[in-house]
Design a binder for this molecule. Structure first.
Ligand code: OXD
Length: 309
C-alpha cells in the first residue's frame, strides 16, 4: 500500500517515521510542487497544495492531519470527489479542556487583575466572583467541545451549549440553530468558541452577537479566527462591554506585527497551540481507519461537504 504524506509547512519527516513505526508494510510517498504523483492508495494531508489535490482523484480516501477542514474545503469543486476524513479526538479534547479551563479560571479567580496589580506592587484582595453568575457558554458540542463542557461542569459553573442541531447534554442548558442564538448568548459571562469555520459561522462573533453577552464578559476563541470580527472585538473591549479575551486563532496567522491585538493588555494571545495534534495518536487513528476502509466498513469523522465539517 502506498500513502502520500504532505503538509503545507513541509514538516513531513516525523510523520513518515511515525507511519513506518505504526504501519511497517506501508510505503510512504512525498510530493513537491511541480512533480507528478505516482499512484497512491491514500493521502494524508495538512494545508495541501492545489496541484497535489488535482492528482488525488484516484485515492481511496484523503485523511487530514487535524480536526479543522476549512483549509481543504475552500478548494470547493477542485477537491477530488473521494471520501475526506478529518482527525477525531487524537489527544486534542483534553488539551482543549486544559486550555479553556485555564483561561476561565484565570478570569473567574481574577488572576488577570492580580497580574496587573502585582506589576504595580499592589497587595489588594478583590471580591470573589459568584459562580452562579459566571455562566459559561460553549459554542460547538462536538468531539472537542464536549471535554470542555465536562471540565466546566466539573468546576460547578452553570453551562450553556449551542450547536447547529439539537443536542441533549445532561446538566447543560442547550440551544440549537440560528433562531436560538440570541437566547443562548444573552447574559453569558464567558463565551467559548469551538465552532468549525463554515459560511454560516464566518463573522458570527460580531458586534451584534458579542453585544448580547453579559456586560464585562470574556471571550475565548480556540477554533478559527475568521469566526470573529476582530475590529468589532477591539471596539467592545475598548468600551468595556467585553472585559477580556483569550485568543488562540486569528484571521491571519501568524498574527501580523502591526495588529492592534498585540498591544491590548486585555487580550491574551497564544500562537494556535490550544490543541496540538499528537502525531502518534493521529497516525494510530488513521491506520485504524485505513484498516476499516480496507475491510469495506464505514469510518467515523467523514466530512460532510455540504455542512462544511
Ligand atoms: C486543527 C487545528 O484543526 O490544529 O486540528 O487547528
Amino acid at each position: 500500500m502506498r500513502i502520500v504524506l504532505y503538509r503545507g509547512d513541509g514538516v513531513i519527516e516525523p510523520w513518515e517515521r511515525e507511519f513506518h513505526a505504526v504501519m511497517p508494510d506501508v510505503q510512504t510517498v512525498t510530493w513537491k510542487e511541480g512533480e507528478l504523483l505516482a499512484p497512491c492508495d491514500y493521502a494524508v494531508l495538512w494545508n495541501p497544495a492545489p496541484a497535489l489535490l488535482a492528482q488525488l482523484g484516484d485515492v481511496k480516501a484523503i485523511f487530514l492531519m487535524g480536526a479543522g477542514v476549512d483549509a481543504v474545503l475552500k478548494f470547493g469543486d477542485a477537491l477530488p470527489d473521494v471520501p475526506l476524513v478529518r482527525l477525531g479526538d487524537a489527544g486534542m479534547g483534553v488539551q482543549m479542556a486544559e486550555y479553556v479551563a485555564h483561561a476561565v479560571l484565570r478570569y473567574f479567580r481574577r488572576f488577570d487583575e492580580y497580574e496587573q496589580q502585582a506589576r504595580h506592587g499592589a497587595w489588594n484582595p478583590l471580591p470573589q466572583h459568584a459562580k452562579e453568575h459566571f455562566t459559561i457558554g460553549v459554542m460547538g458540542l462536538g468531539r472537542l467541545g464536549m471535554p470542555v463542557v465536562e471540565a466546566m461542569r466539573h468546576f460547578g459553573f452553570p453551562v450553556r451549549g449551542w450547536s447547529r442541531s439539537p443536542k441533549d447534554v445532561p446538566g447543560v442548558q442547550t440551544f440549537a440553530g440560528m433562531e436560538a442564538l440570541g437566547d443562548f448568548l444573552h447574559g453569558i459571562r464567558v463565551l467559548v468558541c469551538m465552532l468549525p469555520l463554515t459560511q454560516e459561522t464566518t463573522n458570527l462573533l460580531d458586534r451584534h452577537n458579542l453585544g448580547r453577552l453579559a456586560s464585562g464578559a470574556y471571550l475565548i476563541n480556540v477554533s478559527r479566527g475568521a469566526i470573529l470580527n476582530e475590529p468589532d472585538l477591539m471596539t467592545l473591549i475598548r468600551s468595556g462591554q467585553i472585559a477580556g479575551a483569550t485568543l488562540d486563532v486569528f484571521r491571519h496567522e501568524p498574527l501580523p506585527a502591526p495588529h492592534p491585538f498585540w498591544n491590548e493588555p486585555r487580550i491574551t494571545l497564544t500562537p494556535h497551540i490550544s490543541a496540538l495534534t499528537m502525531r502518534h495518536d493521529a497516525v494510530r487513528q488513521i491506520a485504524d481507519k485505513i484498516q476499516t476502509l480496507e475491510n469495506g466498513e464505514a469510518v467515523t469523522e467523514l466530512v460532510d461537504r455540504q455542512l462544511g465539517y
